[in-house]
Ligand binder design. Sequence first.
Ligand code: UGA
Length: 434
Amino acid sequence: MKVSVIGLGYLGATHSVAMSKLGHRVVGIEQNPAKLAELQKGNAGFFEPGLDQALAEELKSGRLSFQSGHDQTSADADIHFLCVGTPQSQGSLAADTSYLYSAITDLAPVLKPDSVVVGKSTVPVGTAKLLTDKLSELAGFSAQLAWNPEFLREGTALSDSLRPDRIVIGVASDLAEAKLREVYEPMIASGVPIIVTDLPTSELVKSAANAFLATKISFINAMAEIAEVSGADANQLATAIGYDERIGNKFLRNGVGFGGGCLPKDIRALMARAEELGVGQAVAYLKEIDNINLRRRVRVIDLLKKELGELSGKKVLVLGAAFKPDSDDVRDSPALDIALLALEAGANVLVHDPIALAGVNKKHPELATEKDLLTALNNADAIVLATEWKEYRELDPMLIADKVKRKFIIDGRNVLNREIWQAAGFEIVSLGKG
Ligand code: UGA
């Protein structure tokens, strides 16, 4: 099939490569000239294991190309995938859907009546209907619009796109369903379940999935708060409750909490949308999910103060800046927030991360960064492990013991072996442990 992918950020760049790998002819549309130039050279513009290599291969195959706007090639597409961002609005909890409206405004003049427009971005329930009406008005005919939320995770984006747990499509016509079944045929044939539903359900599925995941993490972090003051161990607790299949053991790792460009903004957008629909109470609990999550960051500062007293003049090394390992994404990153809070409290903060420092320097030039781990450790009064990169998990405390000024480490992700660190003379505080 011929497809266009509009907006080539995390979602769009990965989706265009995945579509090309399935054998479709793909044209990706990206308005940002610098980003476009990088994509044309085979560089996605963000760190995602395996993606650049796959991108280069697909470009070479001739099935995938990128351009700045619509032309005859994109107009010929059977399906136009909308993959633009829906960030949190300035000054409110709601999602900003304006990029979707710009995308359909650009698309309308070249849209053909039998081409299907498929939204993949995460949107407030009801957005697809509004977009259908707007697109039909702009195009001058009844536009075919469907919704097909994406469930990929950063760090495993391409494999998640090619082998998803499920495909969810919200459709308002048989034509849209037929075209989506055709485009995903190789995945459906390989056994990936497909759920065909209406537009609002498909939109809400994505918000609900992320709200559930955020709830699981904050649930275990709430238990961690109790464990910390009662002498219990939230890790063992998670293992114990996780054996119950109804609960499951995934997404129950306590620590400094969730961040990134999705979970935090999606729970806030769901609260805002429910409020607009007059059912704000239904998800009012998400406010507490958000609060529990943000409290974990403050907890680390409290632990630092407890150990070091006044933070002013103390060197605090924050290990990690990305919101999770195998990503250079620092959006709403707990690690970065901890670094900023420690800085605000007067500490002499240094941030290390294997790949995300460029983003830190750009967004927060006030934070000092160091790319060499051993250099970063020099004279540290405290270490905070905030992102569980492999090189931190494998750090040998014996090798670094004489570098630091004070042997004190907070394991914010519960990934270090306490015995080994203690044997090297470190005082180790693991979140969620009394
Ligand atoms: C999340 C969802 O997992 C995807 O299914 C979804 O498609 C995506 O958002 C999206 O909406 O686009 P992602 O943001 O890549 O994916 O990251 P996750 O793997 O969900 O991790 C989110 C945060 O939770 C990270 O900061 C991670 O460190 C934290 N986390 C995760 C925990 O603190 N504990 C856990 O047990 C698991």
